[in-house]
Design a protein. Structure first.
Length: 76
């Protein structure tokens, strides 16, 4: 694994995960996610061959909870 920033890791993925994107994403500029064993992968749909970011299940759940609570609105 290669550390790209504190707490973020990129790594090659095998076998091919099942990528999903938000159903209302009309362009090819979307974030895609793929749950795997013990982690959630995230990639940019514009560059699907680049190594994805990997989050632990706990970190992903905290991220989703923060979005749902509106805690990240000031970042937009």
């Amino acid at each position: 694994m290669h550390q790209s920033a504190p707490g973020w890791y990129k790594r090659p993925v095998t076998p091919q995960p099942a990528w999903r994107r938000y159903s209302k994403c009309a362009s090819n500029a979307c974030a895609e996610v793929a749950p795997t064993d013990g982690q959630v992968l995230m990639r940019d749909s514009k560059d699907p061959h680049r190594a994805p970011l990997a989050f632990s299940d706990t970190a992903w759940a905290d991220f989703v909870e923060a979005i749902q609570a509106g805690e990240l609105e000031d970042l937009l």
